[in-house]
Design a protein around this ligand. Structure first.
Ligand SMILES: *Cc1c(COP(=O)(O)O)cnc(C)c1O
Length: 334
């Protein structure tokens, strides 16, 4: 099967499984797991933050990030399409009584600075207290420019907000910009990183920040059920991924760009392609038939009027060549 629905579908490689099998473990709630500690230390080093904390999922890492920044009755400014607003079941509102203040994304995935400033509430009993700006990088594959991040950072310093980056795919930005993670992380207080997307682990995310913040987050993680015991077997996969699967993200980006060219050449409307994601327009009348056509041919694709295609370490050029051939055959028989 060729699965292009998401980069979350990647499976652990034999070498990654081997690293997991041989991991040294301990009870991480007692802070006894050396492999979890090594992974957290590595994430702290790579991000230039003082500390990091390992989570089973990115959703929980983002939730705990918000709970650690905001009190009940505080609010965070966030993108209308951001994962930690739209796709996390309203967790911050449900579990933290934290009010989201969503604003629309610009075409490049950023949140316009003047819109952020306009959304900040004055210190007045009528309003929730605006505490945090949350950005997503990459957003729908789009890399936020460093110049934008620097301006957003300055804005938050001026207006006394914290800045969190949901960096589920931050290493795609790092690789695309040919920079270090610290070059991005210097413009945020806290950062989440997903290990189970293009980096290829079965589970795992990291939250990076200063030491006091991470201690606060450790309590919230425990409260939300994320304190894991012999989690070293999972952390070992994360360490393996950080060592072996970061630079290769460039292949995913190259594959996505190549696929975009091939689809365009086949007369298919590619709306945009950034890093490892493509968005393709499918005429309404073709949606169901295309989905069935691809399923019959062993291709998993989230077909819709706007179809998102995601490249990752478990798809290669041969797979993509097949996808293009199937799509062309589909169009020919109509
Ligand atoms: C995938 C993702 C997350 C975390 O998702 P989990 O499935 O809970 O690990 C967070 N933010 C963004 C932008 C994501 O794409």
């Amino acid at each position: 099967m060729i699965d292009l629905r998401s980069d979350t579908v990647t499976r652990p490689s034999a070498a990654m499984l081997d690293a997991m099998m041989t991991a040294e473990t301990g009870d991480d709630v007692y802070r006894d797991d050396p492999t979890v500690q090594a992974l957290e230390a590595e994430a702290a080093r790579l991000s230039g933050k003082a500390a990091a904390l390992f989570f089973p999922t990115g959703t929980q890492a983002n939730l705990v990030a918000l709970l650690s920044h905001c009190q009940r009755g505080d609010e965070y400014i966030v993108g209308q399409q951001a994962h930690n607003y739209k796709y996390e079941a309203g967790g911050a509102a449900v579990l933290g009584s934290i009010q989201p203040q969503p604003i629309s994304h610009a075409e490049d995935g950023s949140l316009p600075l003047h819109e952020i400033i306009a959304a900040i509430k004055p210190d007045d009993i009528h309003f929730a207290r605006t505490r945090l700006l949350s950005l997503e990088n990459t957003h729908h594959g789009k890399v936020l420019p460093l110049s934008y991040l620097e301006q957003a950072w300055q804005l938050t310093r001026t207006h006394n907000l914290a800045l969190h980056i949901d960096g589920a795919r931050i290493f795609n930005a790092v690789v695309a910009q040919k920079i270090a993670l610290t070059d991005i992380a210097r413009y945020c207080d806290t950062l989440t990183i997903c290990l189970s997307k293009g980096l290829g682990t079965p589970v795992g995310s990291l939250l990076c920040g200063d030491s006091a913040y991470i201690e606060t987050a450790r309590r919230w993680r425990k409260m939300t059920g994320g304190g894991m015991r012999q989690a070293g077997i999972l952390a070992a996969a994360g360490l393996y991924a950080l060592q072996h699967n970061v630079d290769r993200l460039q292949e995913d980006h190259d594959n996505a760009a190549w696929l975009g060219e091939q689809l365009r050449a086949a007369g298919i409307e590619v709306l945009n392609q950034h890093t490892n994601m493509l968005f393709v327009k499918v005429p309404e009348a073709q949606v169901n038939a295309l989905k069935a056509w691809m399923t019959e041919r062993g291709v998993a694709l989230s077909v819709g009027p706007v179809t998102r295609i995601v490249t990752h370490l478990d798809v290669d050029r041969t797979d993509l060549t097949q996808l293009v051939a199937h799509w062309q055959a589909f169009l020919r028989q109509r």
